[in-house]
Design a protein around this ligand. Structure first.
Ligand SMILES: NC(=O)C1=CN([C@@H]2O[C@H](COP(=O)(O)OP(=O)(O)OC[C@H]3O[C@@H](n4cnc5c(N)ncnc54)[C@H](O)[C@@H]3O)[C@@H](O)[C@H]2O)C=CC1
Ligand SMILES: O=C(CO)COP(=O)(O)O
Length: 355
C-alpha cells in the first residue's frame, strides 16, 4: 500500500489548487519530530521555500545533507529544497507562514523566548493538539500572552497521522483562523491532490476538537487494553462524541465543527488507529505499564490535556463522566476496571435530553 501510494507521488506534487491571488510562501516549520517532518514534507512538495527548525544541530545537518530525518520517519525521502537548521533566527527570518509542530506544552515557552525572531506579520499556524496545563487554558490564549502583541494565529487540525501524510494517503484537514482570509492562505499554501484543507473561522471548535479528542483516545485504548471488544469501544466512542460536543459548545465552539474533521474525524482516527500514541498510552496503562515510562517514550498530548478538560467541564457545570474517569485514572486515583464498573453503574437515563 505504501509503495503504491508512493508510486503515485509525481501527481501529488502538482499544485492543482494554485490560486494566482495567493503568493508563494516563505515557510518556517518548527519542530523536528513526526509532525514537523510531515509539515516540512508537505510545504516543500508545494515548492514553497522551506526552512525547518530542529533543535538538535546534528539532526538538522543530516536532514539537509541526506533528505531524511534520522530520528523520526527515517524511511521517508524528503523533497528537494528543504533547509533544516538548529538556528532559530535563521529558520524564522523572512517567514510569511510559520507552521509550528512543537508539543503543546513547549509552545508558549518557545514563543516567549523567540518572539523577537518571529515576523510580526507572519501567520503562525499551530498544529499542536493540546490544552495548556501550566495556566489551565486554551493553548491559543497562552500563545498570545507569550507573544505580548497581536499575531495572526491559525489552527490546522483533523485526522492525519504524520506517516500517512508522507506516504501520500489522501488526507483532509481543517484550518481555522479568526479572519477567513488567513485560513484561506494556509488552505491554498498546503492543499494538493493528496492533502485537502477546508477553511473555517471557528477557532474555538477546531482548537478544542483537536485537543479534547486526545484524552478520549486514551480512554479508547484503555478499553482495548482491559480486554473489552467492539461493543464497549463503539459505546465509548459514541458517548465520548457527545461529551466532546457538549464541552466544545459550552466553551463557544460550533457543533458542526465537532461533527467534522477536527472533532469526530480525529476522534475516530485516534480511537481506532493503531498509530495513535494516545490510544497506545491507554492500552499500555491498562496492561500495567507506568505512566512515567510511557511518557518517556513518546509525546502523549492527552495526558496534560485531560486535567484541563476536567477543569473546563467543572467551570461550565457539566457532568462529563468519560472525561472525568480518564483524568482520574491518569492522576492515579482510579483504575481502569473500577472506572468501567462505575460508568456502567451510573443511574439509568435518556440518551439525549427530552424534547
Ligand atoms: N504525529 C502526528 O501524526 C500528529 C501530531 N500532531 C501534533 O503535533 C504536535 C507535535 O507532535 P509530534 O511531532 O508527533 O511529536 P514528536 O514527539 O514526534 O516530536 C516533537 C518534536 O518537538 C521537539 N521539541 C520538543 N520541545 C521542544 C522545544 N522546547 N524546542 C524545540 N523543539 C522541541 C522534539 O525535539 C521533537 O523533535 C503535537 O501537539 C501533536 O498532537 C498533530 C497531528 C498529527
Ligand atoms: O492527532 C493525531 C492524528 O490526527 C495524532 O495522534 P496521536 O498524538 O495520538 O499519535
Amino acid at each position: 500500500m505504501a509503495a503504491q501510494a508512493a508510486a503515485a507521488g509525481a501527481a501529488f506534487e502538482q499544485d492543482i489548487h494554485h490560486d494566482p491571488k495567493q503568493k508563494p510562501q516563505n515557510v518556517c516549520v518548527l519542530g523536528g519530530g513526526n509532525f514537523g517532518t510531515a509539515m516540512a514534507f508537505l510545504a516543500a512538495s508545494k515548492s514553497h521555500s522551506v526552512r525547518w527548525y530542529c533543535r538538535d544541530p546534528k539532526q538538522a545537518a543530516t536532514i539537509t545533507s541526506t533528505r531524511r530525518n534520522p530520528r523520526y520517519l527515517s524511511d521517508i525521502e524528503l523533497p528537494e529544497g528543504l533547509q533544516a537548521t538548529a538556528n532559530v533566527s535563521e529558520a524564522l527570518q523572512g517567514a510569511t507562514l510559520v507552521i509550528s509542530a512543537l508539543p503543546a506544552q513547549a509552545t508558549p515557552h518557545f514563543i516567549e523566548k523567540y518572539r523577537g525572531d518571529i515576523p510580526a506579520d507572519a501567520i503562525f499556524c499551530c498544529t499542536s493538539k493540546g490544552l495548556y496545563l501550566e495556566e489551565g487554558c486554551f493553548l491559543s490564549e497562552a500563545m498570545l500572552r507569550a507573544f505580548q502583541r497581536p499575531q495572526t494565529l491559525a489552527f490546522l487540525s483533523g485526522p492525519s497521522f504524520a506517516r500517512q501524510i508522507c506516504e501520500r494517503h489522501p488526507t483532509a484537514l481543517v484550518c481555522a483562523s479568526a479572519k477567513l482570509a488567513d485560513a484561506v492562505q494556509v488552505q491554498f499554501a498546503l492543499s494538493s491532490k493528496r492533502f485537502r484543507v477546508y477553511a473555517s473561522q471557528d477557532t474555538v471548535g477546531v482548537e478544542l476538537g483537536g485537543a479534547l479528542k486526545n484524552p478520549l483516545a486514551i480512554g479508547a485504548g484503555m478499553i482495548e487494553g482491559a480486554g473489552f471488544g467492539i461493543n464497549t469501544l463503539a459505546a465509548f466512542v459514541t458517548r465520548a462524541t457527545r461529551e466532546l460536543t457538549v464541552l466544545c459548545v459550552a466553551m463557544g465552539g460550533r457543533p458542526e465543527t465537532i461533527s467534522g474533521l477536527a472533532g469526530v474525524g480525529d476522534l475516530m482516527l485516534t480511537a481506532f488507529g493503531d498509530l495513535s500514541r494516545n490510544r497506545n498510552c491507554g492500552l499500555r496503562l491498562a496492561k500495567g505499564e507506568s505512566l512515567d515510562t510511557i511518557l518517556q517514550s513518546c509525546t502523549v498530548e492527552g495526558v496534560p490535556t485531560a486535567s484541563v478538560a476536567k477543569a473546563f467541564a467543572t467551570k461550565c457545570n457539566l457532568d462529563l463522566p468519560l472525561f472525568t474517569a480518564v483524568a482520574m485514572i491518569l492522576d492515579g486515583r482510579l483504575n481502569v476496571e473500577d472506572a468501567l464498573d462505575h460508568l456502567m453503574s451510573r443511574p439509568l437515563g435518556t440518551e439525549v435530553p427530552l424534547l
